[in-house]
Ligand binder design. Sequence first.
Ligand SMILES: Nc1ncnc2c1ncn2[C@@H]1O[C@H](COP(=O)(O)OP(=O)(O)OP(=O)(O)O)[C@@H](O)[C@H]1O
Length: 260
Amino acid sequence: MSALLNLRDVWVEYGDRIIIENLNLDIDAGSFVSVVGPSGAGKSTFLRLILGQEAPTHGKILLDGTPLIPECGPDRGVVFQRYSVFPHLSVLRNTIFGMECAQAPISGRLFGSARRAAEAEAIEMLTAVGLGDSLHLYPAQMSGGMQQRLAIAQALVKRPRILLLDEPFGALDPGIRADMHALITRLWRDYTLTIIMVTHDIGEAFSLGTRVLALDKRRHDPHAPHRFGATAVYDLPLEKKISRAALEQVSITIDELGNN
Ligand SMILES: Nc1ncnc2c1ncn2[C@@H]1O[C@H](COP(=O)(O)OP(=O)(O)OP(=O)(O)O)[C@@H](O)[C@H]1O
């Protein structure tokens, strides 16, 4: 089976600074790749490459065997650490907004049956993330965990195949993080997503991922620290066998999410 994403000899350079060098990776559909590495190694840069926000300086990235167009496509969604929700829109409007921009790029509004269909999809996704009872709240009325669940719904309502997560749970309290781990595991399975998640939490990387990728420099030159970039220094596939009991536990936790 060919991989969903292929990176071939990918380099990113800013001026004379090499950030990423000689990165070669194949990422299978349905995998959950945790990306770890020291601060400044280039983890967010790696996500931006796959999102299409940035093009490699050298090398190529293939999606389904076709060169990735350097623009954000609907097949890729992203959630950042800081809440990316619009403060002046309700939960429901926040979720519909992205669909309106994608489907009606000029007017930014959907009408009639298209709007009703978008609303139904938004409500389904908000229910899936545990916000079905909070459709008319505004972000200022919600906890950090709720806002981050809204950000996930915003990303998933466009039905991406690849979900990119840039330290999505880094700003949350430990208890809420555990709920979010259960949520993302459930969404990954229910929506057959491929997830690539940057995290500084090594426990989170191993407990959620089916593969852990460490980005770091292989070589250092103390006199010219920018001469070498980061690459995949470790790439560990993890055997995951989720028991039925564990999945049922995930379902129970999801049902309790509404109060966080
Ligand atoms: N547009 C840019 N121009 C110049 N340098 C940049 C640019 N974007 C990122 N960098 C540099 O590239 C390096 C990698 O940045 P990146 O944000 O990808 O690292 P990171 O591993 O995600 O870091 P952190 O864990 O601290 O978030 C940093 O040294 C950063 O300063």
